[in-house]
Design a protein around this ligand. Structure first.
Ligand code: COA
Length: 166
């Protein structure tokens, strides 16, 4: 992973979420107050990047999702079976603590999430993300994600491209 070295692990009760500060109040509130409930209810899985001292430097969440075939660009949709939806993995949230921004950790966490989704035994066509604004969308465009034609802040990346680029 990036420098300084981080290790990625599933969030557990021993990790201290209280000091995490991404600079985005809704994201921090979600991480402090809601994520463990979502994990318990099996509506999200959460992975954290930890420093050597076990401080949380970043996190992301993943969950199953689906994409309407009709929402995909026609050039891609016509190559898929004529089911109404295709399976996807939603990257629900991704955030890096302000102290660790700009060091490659966000990109490394995104790569880790893509790798995890692409390696899963449960098939999914793409990773899906709802960007909260244009600046967040720009982060995903930078990493190859494609906007849905009628909903530019919803972006996807076919997971086959992740496997072929390894
Ligand atoms: C967006 C965020 C996760 C980026 O994390 P980061 O660790 O600072 O990003 P990195 O250092 O890994 O940057 C990786 C690459 O993305 C680029 N990048 C980072 N933020 C970007 C943005 N908003 N738009 C375009 N490119 C961006 C970097 O320039 C870098 O490019 P390079 O690999 O060519 O050098 C972080 O700023 C954050 O937590 N923001 C608040 C929450 C948020 O917006 N989450 C994402 C959407 S829900």
């Amino acid at each position: 992973m990036s420098r300084p070295p981080f290790r990625v692990a599933p969030l557990d009760a021993g990790h201290d979420r209280a000091v995490f500060d991404s600079g985005s109040a809704p994201l921090d509130r979600y991480f402090r107050e809601q994520v463990t409930q979502d994990i318990r209810r099996r509506v999200a899985a959460c992975f954290v990047a930890l420093t050597k001292e076990r401080r949380i430097a970043g996190f992301y969440t993943l969950a199953s999702a689906s994409l309407l075939l009709a929402d995909l660009p026609a050039s891609l949709g016509k190559k898929l079976p004529r089911y109404p939806t295709v399976p996807a993995v939603r990257l629900g949230r991704l955030a890096v603590d302000q102290m660790f921004k700009g060091q490659g950790l966000g990109g490394a966490l995104l790569a880790d999430a893509l790798d995890r989704a692409a390696r899963s035994e449960i098939a999914a066509y793409a990773m899906l993300v709802d960007a909260k604004d244009e600046s967040a969308a720009a982060f995903y465009w930078h990493h190859g994600f494609i906007s849905l034609p009628d909903s530019p802040l919803t972006l996807f990346l076919p997971l086959a491209t992740v496997l072929t680029s390894r």
